[in-house]
Design a protein around this ligand. Sequence first.
Ligand code: SF4
Length: 322
Amino acid sequence: MKTVKYNIIHQNILTWYEEHGRVTLPWRNTNSPYEIYLSEIMLQQTQVKTVLERFYFQFLEKFPTLKDVADVAVDDVLKAWEGLGYYTRARNLHKTAIETKGILPNNAEALEKLSGIGKSTAHAVACFAFDEALPILDANVKRILYRFFAVKSCNDKKLWELAYKLYDKDNTYIYNQTMMDIGSAICTHKNPLCNTCPFESLCQGKENPLLYPEKKKKQKKPIRKRTLVIYHKENRYVLAQNSERLLSGLWAFKQEEDFKVNDYMTELGEFKQHYTHFTLEASVVLLSCEEQENYFTIDEIHDLALSGADRKALALLEMHCQ
Ligand code: SF4
């Protein structure tokens, strides 16, 4: 049964979405479960603008269907994902494509069992592609719920309870899309615009929204100092495929810790690369070596999937070779 108490909010949301909803977003104008799922995965760690301008259409052009993803090696998917980061998403997308033989199941319960699909993503795909009336709980929605119910801190179980309490079972598609729009444009981290928010009339946190959720003390990111050693024989360079979880499957130059640079090497430069849990401070050196496996020319390296750090090292190498 519909919660009468929130009728006014649900009505405000319908009006707000009609006037301000981002209705032109491509994934809101398709019935394709694959296109909706792809957008959900890309948007998990990346802003809408970046996904729209650089990745979504390009990926779909390369892989128009999920079956096309299933039919290629994971290397090809990683290459198409290059620059988007959080590569586990690309590996899971490939696994899911294979597991489902290119056809996604049509309900949240089955979607949630697939690689890399958590409860909120399963609900989003089930709601947007298959009209299942389920709430979502991404980072933006969590912030709205903390503030709306004036809760400073709680676990995900409690947040799901709040999500179920507030959502509109009759217009779930619009409700969920609006939650995402409000979270990114109105109920923002630093400057919530309560006066223009459809939740305002019943929001318990509106007097002082920045109190919710309680801020956790930010830990300073550790710094990892490494030397990227580019081994080469004439104009061919050595790379190996990464097996570390974070960047598994991507090609990389050799990374060394506590590496002593000597006169036999050429120093190419330095760079920083920021990751979620640490910052890499790298210096790059070029070192001649005997024949090894996996030698590539610079043109061939451009066809491999590289991490952001290795792409920066490649840029230094190219500058040196000019
Ligand atoms: S009224 Fe303010 S605090 Fe409450 S949900 Fe809207 S923007 Fe956030």
